[in-house]
Design a protein around this ligand. Structure first.
Ligand SMILES: [Zn+2]
Length: 334
């Protein structure tokens, strides 16, 4: 491995910390646009890890996780190279939007091309300047608008190295999920790069538990990769792997009340919510089709028939899964 790390044409020697601004297409107002990238190189050679957030421009928890990560005193003892991109979709973030100004989804635009749409160009730049220079990736997401995800890692668990990293992260739930065409994860997987997706919370909101769990998870992964010195963790979360996940959809349209909470343990046959017409004359119960834990939930009290209300994860060992979720701690651990 070369001793030099080059990004945006700049050589970054060991023992340095730099903010690189990668040039992006300007706005049509003539305002210049850049992709801010933080690069931290330790004094010793080691793994190269990239961490990205807000590939969907309205998913903010990851941006805050990276802001806090960059302030960690432990980074003074870093081995290897950390490349952190707190806002990948800088265009979407301005408008509180998941998408690019041309309404494309950046996470369906990989690998992109230097001469394609604005989404394709941003995807391609990210691939060339960030992904191609790293050994491992961590991409931070949240649920969509009005939808919360319980802190969870999604990854290809059939790959042993990826499974180890996913377990080391210490989110309560780990899901073996297929990649989608055009996603960063699919693109990284094609290159043989282990990549974890951390999903936690809701779009356009900060959630303290999700932010703390994410920050702690990143530090756990970095310790596992020997990028940071090991510490004794007081009460590590023992993650459980979901056997399957399924969406529970509204069987009718109406006002949704008495909704089970995110993270709740559900038994088959339990009433998860009520759907009624606005006059309260017709009431329909939403019944759990199996045992499980609510790992995703719509926060809107309104649903059309077919709308997804809950994402229910099923687990081989339900008591173990419940206790992993209960161990999520909203209090600071410093
Ligand atoms: Zn996302």
């Amino acid at each position: 491995m070369s001793d030099n790390f080059i990004i945006g044409g700049e050589i970054i020697p060991r023992r340095t910390r730099r903010l690189i601004e990668l040039e992006l297409p300007p706005l049509y107002t003539h305002a210049p646009m850049n992709l801010p990238v933080h690069v931290i190189r330790g004094s010793k050679d080691g793994p190269r890890l990239f961490i990205s957030a807000a590939i969907h421009g309205d998913e903010l928890n990851g941006t805050e996780i990276i802001r806090r990560l960059l302030k960690q005193p432990a980074l003074k003892r870093l081995r290897g190279t950390l490349v952190a991109v707190p806002i990948v979709n800088v265009y979407g973030l301005i408008h509180h939007s998941r998408y690019l100004p041309d309404r494309r989804d950046l996470n369906r635009s990989f690998p992109g091309s230097a001469k394609g749409s604005i989404a394709a160009r941003l995807a391609n730049l990210f691939l060339r300047e960030i992904v191609a220079k790293a050994d491992v990736g961590l991409d931070l997401h949240t649920g969509a608008l009005h939808r919360s995800n319980l802190p969870q890692i999604r990854a290809n668990l059939d790959d042993t190295g990826t499974l180890e990293l996913a377990t080391a992260f210490g989110a309560p739930v780990v899901i073996n999920s297929n990649t989608r065409d055009g996603s960063l994860r699919a693109c990284a997987a094609k290159r043989g790069m282990p990549i974890l997706i951390y999903e936690a919370g809701e779009a356009l909101r900060f959630d303290e538990t999700c932010i703390r769990t994410g920050l702690r998870g990143i530090l756990n992964v970095m310790r596992h990769m020997h990028m940071l010195p090991a510490v004794k963790s007081s009460s590590p979360i023992k993650p459980v792997i979901a056997r399957s996940t399924r969406w529970i959809r509204a069987s009718t349209s109406g006002i949704v009340t008495d909704k089970a909470k995110l993270g709740s343990t559900i038994s088959k046959g339990q009433v998860m919510a009520m759907i009624s017409d606005p006059l309260g004359e017709d009431e329909t119960r939403v019944i759990a089709p199996s045992d499980g834990i609510i790992i995703g939930r719509s926060n809107l009290p309104l649903a059309h028939e077919g709308d997804a209300l809950f994402n229910l994860g099923t687990f081989r060992n339900m008591p173990k899964a419940s206790s992993a979720v209960e161990s999520l701690d909203p209090t600071p651990t410093a």
